[in-house]
Structure formats: C-alpha cells, structure tokens
Ligand binder design. Structure first.
Ligand SMILES: Cc1ncc(COP(=O)(O)O)c(C=O)c1O
Length: 431
C-alpha cells in the first residue's frame, strides 16, 4: 500500500463554515426565549402562538387525553412500526373530510362523495409547516411558477419556506392599517395587475396570522373569480380550523367554496392539527392537492411524486399524533367531545378580546380599538408601533412581536387590566 502524502495546498486553515451568511433568529421563538429568561413577577407572554388556560398553562385537550388512553389500552403491537410513506391512510381520509366537508349537506350521495374524494391527493406531513414546505417543493419542481404571491403581512415562515424552495417571492397588500381589516381593494388590484398564469397565491383559510383579519364571503367569491380568470394557483394555509370560530365547518368555508367552484380549479391545502388539537409538538398535518377531474387521471403520478419527495426528506411523518387525531375523528362520541374543546378554547379567546377592549375603553385609551373584538382567532394586530412594542417590553415586561401582533391566549382575568394599562401608557407617551 502506498503512503498517503499531504498536499499542502489543500490544507484547511479555517472552518468550512466560517463564511456562512448571517441568518435572522425566528422572532416568535426568540421572543419566547427572552420571556422565559425574564424574572419579573408580572411578566406577560403575548408572543408565541400557543393556547394557554386562564391560569396561563398549556392545555392538553380532554378529548386528546381520552384518545391517548384508548390507544394505550389497545396495546397494538404494531404501534411503533413504520407508517407508509404517504402516511396513515385512514387519518388522511378523515383529515380530508374535515377540510372539504365530504359527505356533508347536499352532495352526500355515495357516488358524488367518492368522485369528490378522488379529486384530492393527500399525504401526511410534519405538521402545517411541513405541509407548506412539501407543497412548495412540489410546485417549485413541477410547475415552475414565475413567483409566489405572499400576503403582507403573513406568518413569517411563508417567506423562509418559499425562499428555500427557490421560488421568487412577491407580496400583495393584505392589511389596511387604517380600517384595521383585510385590504380587499389592494389585494385585487395588485393581483389583477401583476400576477401571471401559474403564479402561486398564498391564502390563509381562516384566522389570518398575524392580523386576525379575514376576507368576507363576498370577498372570497371575488378571489375565486380572480384566480380563475388569471390562472393562478391558490395555496391555502389552514392552521386554525375550528380554533378560530369554534366551528370547524365555518372555518373551512373558503376552501370548500374554491373546491366547489364550477371551474374545478387545482390548488393545495396545508393542514395543521397543532392548534385545534393542542398537539403542537407532535407534528400532525397533511398536504392535500386538489386536482381537476379530467380524462387523464393525474392522481397516481402526483401521489408517487409526493412520496418521492417525502422519502428523500424524512421517509414518513411521525405516527403518534396522527393516531390521536384519527381516533378522535373516527369516533362520533369523541368527535363531539372535540367540538366541545374547540368551543372552550375559542370562547376563552373571545372573552379575552372583549375583556381587553373593555379595559381600554375604561381607560379612554386614544385610538379606535374595535379591531380587538372584530378580529378572529389566536392573534390580534394590536396597532402598536415597533418603538411602543420595545417600550412595553422594557417597562412592563410584556412580550409581543415587533409588528404588534399579540397572542390573545396569553391574556387572562388576572393580567388583562395590567396589559391594558401598559398599552394605554405607551400609546400616550411614545409614537
Ligand atoms: C399561518 C400558519 N401556518 C402554519 C403554521 C404551522 O404550524 P405547525 O407547523 O405547528 O402546524 C402556523 C403556526 O403558527 C401558522 O400560524
């Protein structure tokens, strides 16, 4: 065997990673980290998007505990085996039914339901983030869109996901800060003037993050027309079904409207079970790709392509959380318990909206605060400037995102007055 002699030109002086580009910290997680470090007794966490009880604690849903017990007692010996690459197929059927409402209302005849189900290719994902990522990868590789239209503002991870997928990003003006509601005119104008065929449009199905401002039914109808007229590909992000209004059907209205449109358009839905089942760390989700019913069935090839991407990324999604969701959705009794839990969470959040609004009214805080009660879901875009956000953190130890997004579930009967006083103070003293 010959000896190996070192080539001095190849000697590495510094680390391979010494010139990595600077990357920003993820804001919700770093704000949460700062909150945890803070030792102030009155600190309040309005940063991270997770549900908290009246006592400020996490809440394992009662129905989830029932399902966990049922699964444990069943002692299925295969419970830790690999899933199929596609995921748990019964879970996927139930998850798709939940989104699209198959089998409900007028079109419940068996043939019609099967026809509708056949339009959708579903795969299990690493929660909603994974569904967004997988869908982006699928479209980037196969459709090669000119760009993706992302609402401004949005869940910040949309930008990261589409950047990593290598698709050019553009934004549409989602929020009108004067009326503190969805900027319908701006959205329609920008997309009609500038979007091109096969561009992707990110749409939050309900409870828009971060603003809590959603389009009305009439506005959704106009958006369907626009997508059809321009040949755009809608990409729904569904992270709050049932959590937003307490009614899972109501929160899926926009998606069902797109699905049932006469033009039978093709689109994606990224579904998350983090918030509506409180299964944040279990990573339960699905990507549903809706296809156009046509002579040439594309669904087999589509499924094979998605499975190929999944296999190369993470082989298959985790099974534990999906089994919990499947157990609940498959059983009428448990499903009803789930609806009760959704009501508990959404009503507590609504109560906090009213409590904060009432406190601000009592204090006669300058400004119009109606949006606090009008917006929906986990978040409110409270309307504080970045300077006010930093001041409120500095002086009152209240944590929120620099955009002024607050997570309503961080409020409770004990801290809402304190938070209102703090808001009142920074609104009066800092601009
Ligand atoms: C709009 C939106 N999409 C997707 C997600 C993804 O959440 P997860 O990956 O936990 O399902 C979130 C979570 O905050 C969200 O707000």
């Amino acid at each position: 065997m010959g000896s190996i002699s070192e080539d001095p030109n190849l000697r590495q002086e510094s680390s391979l990673f010494s010139s990595l580009p600077p990357t920003p910290l993820d804001e919700p997680f770093s704000v949460n980290g700062a909150y945890i470090q803070d030792k102030h007794p009155q600190k309040v966490n309005l940063g991270i998007g997770v549900y908290r009880t009246e006592n400020g604690e996490p809440w394992p849903l009662r129905v989830v505990e029932d399902a966990e017990k049922e699964l444990y007692d069943a002692k299925n010996v295969a419970r830790h085996e690999y899933l199929a690459i596609q995921g748990d197929r019964e879970f996927l059927r139930l998850a798709a039914d939940l989104v699209f409402g198959f089998g409900k209302g007028k079109s419940s005849a068996t043939g019609v339901v099967e026809e509708q189900r056949n339009r959708v290719v579903s795969v299990q994902t690493v929660s909603g983030t994974g569904a967004n990522r997988l869908g982006a990868e699928l479209l980037a590789r196969n459709i090669r869109p000119g760009c993706v239209w992302i609402p401004d503002p949005t869940w910040a991870n949309h930008h990261t996901i589409w950047e990593l997928a290598g698709v050019k990003r553009k934004t549409y003006p989602y929020y009108d800060s004067i009326s503190q509601s969805f900027n319908f005119e701006g959205t329609i104008r920008v997309l009609s003037e500038s979007a091109q065929k096969n561009d992707i449009v990110i749409l939050h199905a309900c409870a828009h993050n971060p603003t809590g401002a959603d389009p009305s039914k009439e506005q959704w109808e106009a958006l369907v027309k626009l997508c059809n007229a321009k040949g755009l590909i809608p990409f729904f992000d569904l992270a709050y079904q049932g959590f937003a209004s307490g009614d899972a059907d109501k929160d899926a209205w926009a998606i069902r409207h797109f699905f049932n449109d006469v033009h039978k358009m093709e689109f994606c839905v990224a579904q998350s079970f983090s918030k509506n089942f409180g299964l944040y760390g279990q990573r339960v989700g699905a990507l549903h790709v809706v296809t156009r019913p046509s002579a040439h069935d594309v669904t087999q090839d589509l499924l094979a392509n998605l499975c190929h991407l999944i296999r190369g990324e993470y082989s298959m999604a985790p099974r534990g959380g999906a089994e919990i969701v499947r157990t609940v959705l498959a059983n009428e009794g448990l499903r009803d318990r789930w609806f009760e839990d959704l009501t508990t969470m959404s009503q507590r959040i609504r109560r906090m909206r009213h409590a904060l609004y009432d406190e601000l009214m009592k204090l006669k805080t300058p400004g119009d605060w109606k949006h606090v009660v009008n917006q929906i879901g986990m978040f409110t875009y409270i309307g504080l400037s970045e300077r006010q956000v930093f001041a409120i953190r500095e002086k009152y130890h209240i944590y929120m995102l620099k955009s002024g997004r607050i997570s309503m579930s961080g409020l409770n009967e004990r801290n809402v007055e304190y938070v209102a006083i703090a808001i009142d103070d920074v609104v009066r003293t800092i601009n």
